[in-house]
Structures are given as structure tokens and as C-alpha cells.
Design a protein around this ligand. Structure first.
Ligand code: TYD
Ligand code: MG
Length: 465
């Protein structure tokens, strides 16, 4: 008999180690290694599969040939369909990850009800909540009457046996992947081995039957249970549901999609009666803007294919400390240091005696380098006490040499800005061809110093003139 082998598997990244260690070498997380027995079960090497089966030849084919569009079932919830690229794809597996309590179950309950109302067979299996709790949520959401089939179950084999009866479901929701366990793996539920084995079984079910499977995964900080990351590579699409504590809106972000675009976002607002779609996020993020205050600049950003306007707020105040404070919310702090350094080195603006606070309004998070120009404008505005023009947007990347570099989608950004009443814009000189009609109200500095000079010299007129 084979000696039972013991391995230590990182619950964060799934790397296997032969010895226990406080820190995982692969991902650098602490306290994430857990002992998992792998004798014979899933997770053991190929040697343990004592199969005498001979391989079967499969037909090889060519790259050219007929292609069918992925058959989709659209939920009718516009922001969700946008994030999935047009609806759930039949025969595919989708992972919806997010922090506990962010609203994953709420979103999927609403989607399930919407699809059931269209006549699809939807099965919702919860391993986290009792049937009564799910009913309560459905009541709160006002969808208790829809024909969603419900079960509270965690064993993969039992779930598969349950849905084998009757018509094949169009959509199967498993909430959450961390509670599932299969007889094939002998580790505890929630460990990497179990999570992977259970996900594999459900993905196989999706591929073989054509049912769309949604796996819910909790993002975990402590690594006590395996995170969604360990199944990301197995599924066809990955969506993350995000939100900032204290704010009501939630963003559904596509990070992987084999059937559609990535970088797409869906925006929702969490209310008393569930999630409400926010079709125009710019209006939400610009919500309570005070146009007269110095230190605020509106950034024309892009989220996937959609332009989003958001206010960047800076506060620059004289510092009583030897080492001034720099604090950032919603942006990269290394990027802020870079913009500050460029302002000091190339524009003669000194921040060394000042505390700098930067905030992206509404708790939104920006990852685009195109925000550099808006950040620089907000910083200079706060330092000088000169408010920026209220109807002006900013976008452009700043290089270490102080040059303003072009960014993609200039036209779309300008169009969105115009739609929301921003007549003026500061953008890179080297931006793509702009329509001739759109040359009024544009200021296209070659270097950051030009913008600084424009703000400082514009006590009455403002940048863009
Ligand atoms: P839930 O969907 O259970 O989160 P997850 O499945 O991601 O863990 O949502 C939990 C939170 O959402 C909870 O704090 C209550 C809140 N909520 C509302 O504010 N309004 C609602 O209509 C519902 C159903 C939940
Ligand atoms: Mg939940």
C-alpha cells in the first residue's frame, strides 16, 4: 500500500510545499500553509492513478471552420449583462468573487429571479445559509414569487444527483465554492484540495450538459479558507464584486472572460430592497461636487469601454512634522510620489514642507495612469488656493521627464465630458485625431510645466483659455 503522503498547501495561491513554513515562498503570504493528506485522492501526483486504461484517439481538426456565437442567457439586469459580456454563457463556468457581505448572494438572487421570470430553469444551491434565510432575502428583494428552485446543500455528489432529475437547469448557482465538498477528496471543506476538486466537478458538469454554472467565492484575508484565486484558472470568466466600506455603491469588475471583453464594469447601488443599477456612474461619482473649492479636479477616466468622470480631491497643507505626511485613498501612493517628484523637479512647485492628502471622491478606485494630469492639477490648485474651472476635465499621463503623454480613447472621454456639461478639457498634445468641431475649449500642454503655469497665471480666467 502506498504510504500516505502529506503536503502543505498554501490556501492563498495553492502552491504545494513538502514542509510547513510560516510564509509561503510562492506568494509571500503568512500563515497560509495547511496540511492536506493527498494519498490516492485528487491532488496526488499522476503516479497515484493506477489506471490500465489505454488512450483513445481523438480527431484533430483545423483552425479554420464554422464558429458559433456563444449561446447566452441575458438576465435583463443591464449592468450584470455588461460585465458578463452579454449574459451567462451556456456550458460555461463563471466565478463571482468578493469580500463577505459585499452583496454577492443579493446580486445572484436578483439575477436568478429575473431569469426564472423569463421561463428559464434556475437552481440556487446555498451552502452558507439555511433555506429560511434565503427566503427572507428574497422577500426583502421582492422576488419571493419567482420560480427559482432552492436547496441548502454542500456535497457535490448530492447536488449533481439532485439536478439530474427533471429538465436540465439553464443556470446553476453555487453559493459558495468554499462550502462545497466532494467524496473524491479527503481534505476538509474550504481547503485548496476540496475547493479545486469541487470546482472541477461542477465545471465538468457545465461543459458536459450545457448548463451555465456560477460559483461564488469569498475573498479571504487570513487564508483560513482557500480564496477564489485557486479556481480562477479553471473557470471561463471571473467577476469581482467590490465596494468601499461606508459607501453604498458596488462595482462588478470583469477580470477574465473567455467569451467577452475584460476590464468591463457594472455599477450598482445597494439599497433597502437590493441592488439597483446605476446606468450613468459619472453622475454618481460627481454627485456632491462643490465647484468653487480649490484642490478639486475632474478626471475623465475609462473603465473598459465606458468613460467615467470622477472628482479627484487634493489637500495640501503646511506640515508641522519633519517628514510631511502623504495619504492617498483610491489611487496608488507610489504614483502620487512620482507626480509630486515631477512637480518639484520640473515645475518648481515645492511640497517638501507640506502634508499632502489625496482622495478620489465617492470611494471609487482609479488604476489608470491617465489620472496623473488631474492629480497634478488638483495638487497645484490646492497649494496655490486657486480653484480650477468648474467645467473642465483633465486626463493624460505624466512621464518622469515632465512631458504629458498621450492616453487612449481621448475622443470617448471628451464626448462623455461634453454630455455632462464639461465644455473644457486639458489633455495631451499628442492625443489621437480629434474632430475639427472639438478644438474650442481644449488646452493641450506638451509639458506639465505649461499646465502649472496656466493654473498659476489664471487667477481670473482659468486653465483652458
Ligand atoms: P449578501 O448578498 O448576503 O453578501 P455576500 O453574499 O456577498 O456575503 O449581502 C449582505 C449585505 O447586504 C448585508 O450587510 C445586508 C445588505 N443588504 C442590503 O443592504 N439591502 C438588501 O436588500 C439586502 C438583501 C442586503
Ligand atoms: Mg452570501
Amino acid at each position: 500500500m502506498a504510504k500516505p503522503r502529506v503536503q502543505f498547501i498554501c490556501q492563498s495561491c495553492g502552491a504545494t510545499h513538502t514542509r510547513w513554513a510560516g510564509k509561503c515562498d510562492a506568494c509571500g503570504e503568512w500563515n497560509t500553509l495547511v496540511e492536506e493528506g493527498t494519498a490516492g485522492g485528487i491532488g496526488a501526483g499522476p503516479n497515484s492513478l493506477k489506471s490500465s486504461r489505454k488512450g483513445r484517439a481523438v480527431a484533430l481538426t483545423s483552425l479554420a471552420g464554422d464558429i458559433e456565437d456563444a449561446p447566452r442567457i441575458a438576465s435583463g439586469i443591464g449592468e450584470l449583462d455588461r460585465a458578463t459580456g452579454g449574459g451567462f454563457v451556456r456550458g460555461s463556468a463563471l466565478l463571482v468573487g468578493g469580500d463577505p457581505g459585499i452583496g454577492k448572494s443579493t446580486l445572484l438572487t436578483q439575477a436568478a429571479a429575473a431569469l426564472a421570470n423569463q421561463g428559464h430553469r434556475i437552481v440556487y444551491v446555498s451552502g452558507e445559509e439555511a433555506v429560511a434565510q434565503i427566503r427572507l432575502r428574497a422577500q426583502r428583494l421582492g422576488v419571493a414569487q419567482s420560480a427559482v428552485e432552492l436547496a441548502a446543500e454542500t456535497n457535490v455528489e448530492d447536488i449533481l444527483a439532485t439536478i439530474a432529475d427533471g429538465k436540465r437547469p439553464d443556470l446553476l448557482i453555487l453559493d459558495s465554492i468554499q462550502t462545497l465538498w466532494t467524496d473524491l477528496a479527503d481534505s476538509a471543506p474550504g481547503t485548496v484540495t476540496q475547493v479545486r476538486a469541487a470546482a472541477q466537478a461542477m465545471i465538468r458538469y457545465a461543459k458536459s450538459t450545457g448548463c451555465a454554472v456560477v460559483l461564488v467565492g469569498h475573498v479571504t484575508k487570513e487564508g483560513q479558507i482557500a480564496g477564489p484565486r485557486v479556481v480562477e484558472h479553471m473557470v471561463d470568466a471571473v467577476l469581482y464584486f467590490e465596494g468601499e466600506g461606508g459607501h453604498h455603491y458596488r462595482i462588478l469588475r470583469t477580470v477574465k472572460n473567455r467569451f467577452g471583453p475584460t476590464d468591463e464594469i457594472g455599477v450598482f447601488e445597494m439599497g433597502d430592497r437590493g441592488l439597483r443599477e446605476v446606468a450613468n456612474p459619472s453622475e454618481l461619482f460627481l454627485g456632491e461636487r462643490s465647484v468653487k473649492a480649490p484642490g478639486a479636479a475632474v478626471f475623465a477616466g475609462m473603465e473598459g469601454t465606458r468613460p467615467v468622470l470622477v472628482e479627484i480631491q487634493a489637500l495640501v497643507a503646511p506640515s508641522p512634522l519633519g517628514t510631511p505626511r502623504r495619504a492617498v485613498v483610491g489611487w496608488d501612493s507610489a504614483r502620487l510620489s512620482m507626480v509630486l517628484a515631477v512637480l518639484e523637479a520640473h515645475c518648481g512647485v515645492r511640497f517638501s514642507q507640506h502634508d499632502v492628502y489625496l482622495n478620489v471622491a465617492g470611494g471609487y478606485r482609479i488604476s489608470e495612469p491617465a489620472a496623473d494630469l488631474a492629480v497634478a492639477a488638483a495638487l497645484v490648485s490646492s497649494l496655490t488656493g486657486l480653484a480650477l474651472p468648474a467645467d473642465c476635465v483633465y486626463f493624460g499621463e505624466i512621464s518622469l521627464s515632465g512631458a504629458v503623454r498621450a492616453v487612449a480613447h481621448a475622443q470617448q472621454r471628451l464626448k462623455e465630458a461634453e454630455k455632462l456639461g464639461f465644455g473644457r478639457a486639458v489633455l495631451p498634445a499628442s492625443a489621437e485625431e480629434l474632430p475639427a468641431a472639438r478644438t474650442g475649449g481644449l488646452f493641450q500642454p506638451e509639458a506639465l510645466a505649461d499646465l502649472v503655469a496656466c493654473i498659476a497665471g489664471s487667477r481670473t480666467t482659468g486653465a483652458g483659455d
